[in-house]
Design a protein around this ligand. Structure first.
Ligand code: NAP
Length: 291
């Protein structure tokens, strides 16, 4: 390996990170831009995304950082985002599905779906599928989905996926983060032999704006108390950056990671019947004609 390749190991690679305006996503963007990648970040508001781009360029010394805007709770906006990315990037080496949130109360989206399920699971499901041909054409390529340790407490309630009958913010979050790992495993199976890998990651418990829009009161108190003990965003970005860039995970697929190590995930995530069922239900909910 040349000195240049050692210094900028992601030179020539194109990475898209959803939710790069703050928190773990922004720290991941800084890390990968520092390694020489061209990095696209997304956020809901274009001006805020442009401000983050300026910060990421300054912190990384890499001008190759681009802003995309889309409210990913809306499927129409996810489709518009995918079209903009396909238009901007002739190749895509890494997709990091990072966007996610927590809501103490049930909020319907413009598609009349429950927001946690729509943003945390259906948005990465749809975006990945819309970008899949570009990833395959750029192989070897990687899809990294930011899940959570909460996946271990999740279950998929196929009879009430949208929490319409009974909603709890924690239950909806746990379900969505388990769905991230199930999606990853099913995607890995479907991508066998294509050179595109799929991994999921628990970033750790990280000091960010996570859950601030509609926080449960007890969570607000606890998080204020423990905030100084949490990982910094840069520490939270370490495993996503590792999965996006390290030669040590070349070809590694269908695995869940924390602290740069494979971890055993919720046993439901390796139940092929369940992951296939979730894929089909998700395909129906996003109107994908062939699943
Ligand atoms: N923080 C933790 O302790 C922790 C632990 C385990 C897992 N995670 C996971 O890590 C991921 C990142 O979390 P974080 O803590 O960095 O969160 P965060 O600080 O709240 O950042 C969320 C990012 O997503 C964007 N975003 C939020 N809603 C959006 C929407 N509707 N459409 C498009 N973009 C949207 C935000 O951008 P704008 O506001 O500019 O739109 C921001 O860039 C999530 O998937 C979360 O579940 C976090």
């Amino acid at each position: 390996m040349t000195a240049l390749a050692r210094a900028i190991p992601m030179a020539g690679k194109v990475v898209l990170i959803t939710g790069g305006t703050g928190g773990i996503g922004k720290a991941t963007a800084i890390g990968l831009a520092t390694m020489g990648a061209r990095v696209g970040i997304t956020g809901r508001d274009f001006d805020r995304a442009e401000e983050a781009v300026a910060d990421i360029r300054a912190a990384s010394g890499n001008q190759g950082v681009d802003a995309f805007a889309a409210d990913m709770t809306s499927q129409a906006e996810v489709r518009r985002l995918a079209a903009a990315v396909l238009n901007a990037y002739p190749r895509l080496d890494v997709l990091i599905n990072n966007v996610g949130g927590f809501w103490a109360h049930r909020h319907p989206t413009t598609d009349n779906l429950e927001r946690t399920f729509a943003l945390n699971h259906l948005a990465p499901f749809l975006l990945t599928n819309l970008l899949l041909d570009r990833l395959k054409a750029s192989a070897p390529a990687r899809v990294v989905t930011v899940s959570s340790g909460a996946q271990s407490m999740g279950r998929i309630d196929f009879d009430d996926l949208q929490g319409a009958r009974s909603y709890s913010g924690q239950r909806a979050y746990n379900q969505s983060k388990l769905a991230n790992v199930m999606f990853t495993n099913e995607l890995a199976r479907r991508l066998e032999g294509t050179g595109v890998t799929a991994t999921a990651v628990h970033p750790g418990v990280v000091r960010t704006n996570f859950g601030a829009e509609d926080q449960a009161w007890f969570f607000a108190i606890i998080s204020r108390a423990v905030r100084p003990l949490l990982k910094t965003p840069a520490q939270g970005a370490e495993t996503p950056i590792y999965l996006a860039s390290s030669p040590a995970v070349d070809g590694v697929t269908g695995q869940f990671f924390a602290n740069r190590k494979p971890k055993t995930a919720n046993r439901l995530a390796s139940n092929a019947e369940m992951t296939a069922r979730l894929w089909q239900v998700s395909a129906d909910l996003v109107g994908m004609t062939s699943a």
